[in-house]
Design a protein around this ligand. Structure first.
Ligand code: ADP
Length: 306
């Protein structure tokens, strides 16, 4: 069935991305909490309809590692996209100073399974793998969102925004600079997965602005420098080997999803119990403690602004 705006009770804002805001909503007829993303697009009705049609294939996308899609509609020039609400939010705000190896293994295996599902079942390349697009709930589940399902929608979102943190593979960075968008293959997502794992382990983006003073220096390091890896003193040889198989600079040399699933690090993950529920709980407590202290610290300056 279709969701309409008047069935929704709007609750708090969950976050803001490059293209719009995400709000928590309650679908009143079913009493299901959802996350609703609002994307403002200056498009005519035919194009908006085409996007809604393309998004429809997401109704087939049910896997434990993929955010469930509930429906989409448009009002005037905004597309509203309703999806499963994840009550612990995205990984970029949960990693704290770095996640332990067993948690990293569980996150990596969920991401690989999700990406493999998108590729095998829906013939979709994610194209935007990064910590903000990996969501977590208090049940300890880890799921992917924001994959490029609608060609029309992708075209309409200006992809010019490189931002200050690039998870793009070297071949993509080179391709963009040559204005060649055809270089994106499934292995570009594998690079972004490797970079995401390092960020989760370090608690920060691996090409930090302190070292790379501008975006050009950062992109040069990604294309020409040695790829980063997990810190040797905190992660096992298996974990580090898996990351290095993702961060091969030549896309042809990178591991495939099947190779990653058979890698000793992910085989070990499949065989052990990981207390994801406990980790999520501690990560949320840590995030809230930080938010509390920073909002207090910034209060005087916020008052100055007034
Ligand atoms: P971006 O464009 O940076 O990927 P999004 O617009 O997708 O960001 O989302 C912005 C923020 O909203 C995310 O970082 C996340 O914290 C929150 N968010 C997005 N989707 C959900 C969801 N399904 N459940 C809970 N929080 C979400």
């Amino acid at each position: 069935f279709d969701i309409t705006m008047n069935q929704l009770q709007l609750d708090e804002e969950l976050g803001r991305g490059n293209y719009g805001t995400v709000k928590k909503v309650l679908h009143k007829p079913t009493n299901v909490a959802m996350a609703m993303k609002e994307i403002r697009l200056e498009l005519d009705e035919a194009k908006l309809n085409a996007i809604i049609m393309e998004l429809d294939i997401l109704h087939r996308a049910t896997a434990p590692e993929i955010i469930e899609f509930y429906g989409a509609f448009f009002i005037e020039s905004c597309v509203y996209y309703c999806m499963e609400y994840m009550d612990a939010g995205s990984l970029d705000k949960l990693h704290g100073a770095g996640v332990p190896e067993d948690v990293l293994g569980r996150i990596a295996s969920s991401m690989v399974k999700g990406l493999k599902f998108l590729k095998d079942e829906l013939q979709i390349i994610h194209r935007d793998v990064k910590p903000t697009n990996v969501l977590v709930n208090r049940k300890g589940q880890v799921k992917l969102c924001d994959f490029g399902v609608s060609g029309q929608l992708e075209k309409s979102l200006a992809k010019t925004n490189i931002g200050c943190q690039s998870y793009m593979a070297p071949e993509r960075i080179k391709g963009e600079s040559q204005n060649n968008l055809g270089t994106y293959t499934v292995s570009s997502d594998v690079w972004s997965l490797g970079l995401t794992m390092i960020e989760l382990a370090l608690g920060q983006y691996p090409y930090p602005p302190e070292t790379y003073s501008n975006v050009f220096a950062q992109l040069t390091a990604i294309v020409h420098g040695d790829p980063p890896n997990l810190p040797e003193d905190q992660y096992s040889a298996d974990a580090r080997d898996l990351v290095s198989r993702c961060l091969e600079k030549r896309p042809e040399s990178r591991a495939t999803y099947n190779e990653l699933l058979e890698h000793p690090f992910l085989v070990a993950d499949a065989q052990r119990e990981v207390d994801m529920v406990g980790w999520v709980e501690r990560a949320i407590a840590h995030r809230e403690a930080l938010a509390g202290s920073s909002s207090q610290a910034s209060l005087p300056s916020a008052l100055d602004e007034l």
